[in-house]
Ligand binder design. Structure first.
Ligand code: NAD
Ligand code: WQD
Length: 343
C-alpha cells in the first residue's frame, strides 16, 4: 500500500519546487525531493529544511536517467508526484530545441512510466500560460484554445499536457492535474528561499530586484507602444507561496478522490492584469526606492496581454491567490537583499 501522505517532488531544489515542498510539509505531507541541480544548488533544499525543521530527503538524480530515477521509486513509497523538473528558458529553447525536447519530454515520460511500473497514482504537471499564446479572449479560461507554440519550450508544455491527457485516458489508475502557471514572482516571507536565476535574468522581477541591488545597471521596459492603457504589456503575476499552495490543493483533490475525471487542467493566477509600468511603480513604492529604468524596443515573441480567469481553480480546488502584489514585491526585495548581503 502506497503512502497517500507522501509526495515525490521532482525538480524540488528549484524556485517553485522548493516553495511547494514547504507548503506540502505544512499541510502534513512527507516530501522526497529528486533533482539533478542542473539549474539550482543545495541552498533551496537547505532553505526548505530550515523553514520546516524537517530533514527532507534529497536525491541527486537526472529524471532522464530512467534506471537511476527508478531507485527513487524503489526506496520511497509516495503515492503522488509533482513534476517540476524541466528547463524553462524560452530564448535558449529556440536556439537549442533538442536540449529542451530531450530533457522536458524524456523526464516526464520516465515519471509516468515509473508511476505505472511501481503502482503510483497521482501526478501534478507544471504547465504554463504560455500555451495560450496571444489569446483571442481575455481573461483566458481553461477552455480557451491553445495556440501553436512559438518556442520549443512552449511546445514541450503542450506536448506534456497531451501525454498526460492520453496516459490518464488509457491507464485509469493514474490521475493527473496540469496546473497552468501565469507569472510566478516573489519569495518566501522568511527570505530563506527565493528565485536564483543563473546569469542575466530573463524575467521581469529578478531583473528589477537585481537592478535595485546594483547588480544590473538599468532595467529595460520592453515596449511602451502596445495597445494597452499605459502602452506596456499586461500579465498576471502570481505570488510564489500562493502558487505553492495551489499544488497542495491539487494533491489533496486527488488523494481525497475528488477529481471528477482522470485529467484536469487549472489556471493558477490572480485574475488581475498588471502592466510592466504598474509593477515597476508598485515595487518602488512598497520598497521605498527609485529604480533605474528606460523604455526599450519590444522584445520578440512577447504577447500583448494574458491573464487568468481563475473561476475553475477557485471553485474546484477551493484555492485562491491571497497575497497582494505589494506583499509579493516586498518579499522579492527582501530575498534579493539577503542574497546580496544588503543592509
Ligand atoms: P527552476 O529551474 O528553478 O526549477 C526546475 C528544477 O528542475 C531545477 O532545480 C533543475 O535543477 C531541475 N531539473 C531540470 N531538469 C532536470 C532533470 N532532468 N532531472 C532532475 N532535475 C531536473 O524552475 P522553476 O521556475 O521552479 O520551474 C519549475 C517548473 O515550472 C518547470 O517545469 C517550468 O517549466 C514550470 N513553469 C515555470 C514558470 C516560471 O515562470 N518560473 C512558469 C510556468 C511554468
Ligand atoms: C513579463 C513582462 C516583458 C523583462 C515568461 C515565459 C513564460 C512563463 C513565465 C514559463 C513582459 C517585460 C521583462 C525585462 C521587461 N515561463 N519585461 N523587461 O514573458 O510573460 O513569461 O515567464 O513557463 O513561458 O515566456 O515573463 O517576466 O519575461 O516578462 O519589460 O527585462 O515584463 O516584456 O511584458 P513572460 P517575463
Amino acid at each position: 500500500m502506497m503512502n497517500k501522505k507522501s509526495v515525490l517532488v521532482s525538480g524540488g531544489a528549484g524556485y517553485i519546487g522548493s516553495h511547494t515542498a514547504v507548503e506540502l510539509i505544512a499541510a502534513g505531507y512527507d516530501v522526497v525531493v529528486a533533482d539533478n541541480l542542473s539549474n539550482s544548488d543545495m541552498s533551496g533544499i537547505e532553505g526548505v529544511r530550515a523553514i520546516t525543521g524537517v530533514d527532507v530527503p534529497f536525491i541527486n538524480v537526472d529524471c532522464c536517467d530512467k534506471q537511476a530515477f527508478a531507485q527513487v521509486f524503489e526506496q520511497y513509497d509516495f503515492d503522488s508526484v509533482i513534476h517540476f523538473a524541466a528547463f524553462k528558458a524560452v530564448g535558449e529553447s529556440v536556439a537549442d530545441p533538442m536540449k529542451y525536447y530531450c530533457n522536458n519530454l524524456l523526464s516526464f515520460i520516465n515519471v509516468i512510466d515509473l508511476m505505472r511500473e511501481y503502482g503510483r497514482h497521482n501526478i501534478v504537471f507544471s504547465s504554463s500560460a504560455t500555451v495560450y499564446g496571444e489569446a483571442e479572449e481575455l481573461p483566458v479560461t481553461e477552455a480557451t484554445e491553445r495556440k501553436p507554440a512559438t518556442s520549443a519550450y512552449g511546445n514541450t508544455k503542450q506536448m506534456c499536457e497531451d501525454i498526460l491527457r492520453d496516459a490518464t485516458a488509457a491507464y485509469p489508475e493514474i490521475k493527473g492535474i496540469a496546473l497552468r502557471y501565469f507569472n510566478p514572482i516573489g519569495a518566501h516571507p522568511s527570505a530563506l528561499i527565493g528565485e536564483l536565476p543563473r546569469g542575466v535574468p530573463q524575467n521581469l522581477v529578478p531583473y528589477i530586484t537585481q537592478t535595485a541591488a546594483g547588480v544590473r545597471e538599468c532595467l529595460s521596459i520592453f515596449g511602451d507602444d502596445y495597445p494597452t492603457e499605459d502602452g506596456s504589456c499586461l500579465r498576471d503575476y502570481i505570488d510564489i507561496v500562493d502558487l505553492a499552495k495551489a499544488h497542495v490543493a491539487a494533491i489533496n483533490r486527488m488523494v481525497e478522490g475528488k477529481n471528477q475525471c482522470g485529467y484536469e487542467i487549472f489556471n493558477v493566477g490572480t485574475g488581475r492584469a498588471v502592466s510592466v509600468f504598474e509593477l515597476v511603480k508598485t515595487f518602488e513604492r512598497v520598497n521605498n526606492l527609485k529604480l533605474n529604468y528606460k523604455v526599450a524596443p519590444r522584445r520578440a515573441g512577447d504577447v500583448v496581454a494574458v491573464w487568468a480567469d481563475t473561476t475553475l481553480a477557485n471553485k474546484e480546488l477551493g484555492w485562491r491567490a491571497e497575497r497582494s502584489l505589494e506583499q509579493t514585491l516586498q518579499s522579492a526585495w527582501e530575498w534579493e537583499k539577503r542574497v546580496r548581503n544588503i543592509e
